[in-house]
Design a protein around this ligand. Sequence first.
Ligand SMILES: CC(C)(COP(=O)(O)OP(=O)(O)OC[C@H]1O[C@@H](n2cnc3c(N)ncnc32)[C@H](O)[C@@H]1OP(=O)(O)O)[C@@H](O)C(=O)NCCC(=O)NCCS
Length: 168
Amino acid sequence: MACRSPVSLVAVTSDDLREVDTVFDDLTAYSMRIDGVPRREDAASAFVTALPPGCEPRNRHAFLAKCEAASIGLLHLIDGYPTAGTAFIGLLAIRQSAQGAGLGRALCQTTERFARKNLHVHTLRLAVVATNPVQGFWTRMGFDPTGETKPFQGKRVTSQAILMEKQL
Ligand SMILES: CC(C)(COP(=O)(O)OP(=O)(O)OC[C@H]1O[C@@H](n2cnc3c(N)ncnc32)[C@H](O)[C@@H]1OP(=O)(O)O)[C@@H](O)C(=O)NCCC(=O)NCCS
C-alpha cells in the first residue's frame, strides 16, 4: 500500500484503544522479535501509558499514523528524554501488511517534521533491540549508532538495545 498524501499523526486517546489494538494485531513478527510472543495482551494500553522514569505525561506523544483515513502505523515519542532538546522514539511502526512500500520512510519524515516544529528539539534518539533487524532502516533514515547499548528485557526475550541518534 502506498500513500499519496503525507502520513499524518492523530493523537491517541483512551477512546482509540481498539484502533491501536488492530495495528498491534498486525505487528506479530515485530512482537515475536522483541517479546517472543505474537501479541502482548496489554500492548495498546501500554502504548498510551508508557513513560520513562522522571518524565511527565505531558511529554508523551502517542499517535496513530494515518494514510488518509486508514491507520497504517503507530508512533510514540517522549519529548525531552533523556535530556532537553532530544525526543526519544519509543516506537515507530508500520503495520506488517503495509511494510515495504515506503510508508516507514514517510512516517519518519512526518516524525521529524513534528519533532522540529512542535517539540523544537534538535535530536531524535531511539533504541533498536538487537533481535529486531531494523538497524539498516534507521541508517537509511540518517540515524547513527551512539556507541551505547543497554540491557533489554522483553516478555520472553533477553537482549541488548542499541542506541541511535539523528541530528535534525
Ligand atoms: C522498520 C519499519 C518501520 C520500516 O518500514 P517500511 O515501511 O517497511 O520501510 P520503507 O518501505 O519505508 O523502507 C525505507 C527504506 O528502508 C529500507 N528498509 C526497510 N526495512 C529495512 C530493514 N529491516 N533493514 C534494512 N533496510 C530496511 C528499505 O529497503 C527502503 O530503502 P530505500 O532507501 O532503498 O528505499 C517497519 O519494518 C516496521 O514497522 N517494523 C516493525 C516495528 C519496528 O521494528 N520498528 C522499529 C523499532 S526500533
